[in-house]
Design a protein around this ligand. Sequence first.
Ligand code: ADE
Length: 244
Amino acid sequence: MRIDVLTIFPEYLEPLRAALLGKAIDKKLISVDVHDLRDYTHDVHKAVDDSPYGGGPGMVMKPQVWGEALDDVCKPDADGTLPRLIVPTPAGQPFTQETAREYARLPWLAFACGRYEGIDQRVVDDAAGRMQVDEVSIGDYVLVGGEVAVLVMVEAVARLLPGVLGNPASAEQDSFSDGLLEGPSYTRPELWRGLAVPDVLRSGNHKLIDRWRRDQALERTFARRPELLDRLADDQLDKHDRAL
Ligand code: ADE
């Protein structure tokens, strides 16, 4: 998968080269190019923002700079493919595990990081004439810019790509893959500070263990995120689940 990021703070994206993602880059499973938006300015101050039409606080990122940057980075590749352009914004559609799965199937993602009060809307409207553009939020809170949201999204997507995780089963078994929160996990020792590992996990009875894990996931989801249970399809709950 090819990933491009446009930002005025390229150093903010350094963590993409660390740990799991760094290994995925070394293994050529993903390529990451971070582009400095200021390289597309033409004035001595390298200005990327201006005051908003209609007044109000904050600054808006200039369309000319973004237009040139996107024309340069999002050029059709040899097959004529363009990236999915993702614009992180608190005003976007929610980013979920389902979004991560959708993005993991695409060959090319480009992220446009806005700062200040956002990017002139015409940048999105213009780009949408050539490629699919998603304005996406990672949660109901406001960050100072899209960079951290890009780190979150790229990590969630990259771990789903074949070969990125050591054990692919981890991606299949974690929270949200079955629409539920994952239950608790334990490792050695059996007794720690007077707290014991649940007996069932040491029973060796895998049918019982699976049932116990499923019950824990259901109970935790009910306690912490009850709205997730309403979103489950009928066939996602068995008769034991319903009895709980
Ligand atoms: N930029 C600022 N806040 C954001 C959020 N919650 N999600 C995505 N991008 C953002």
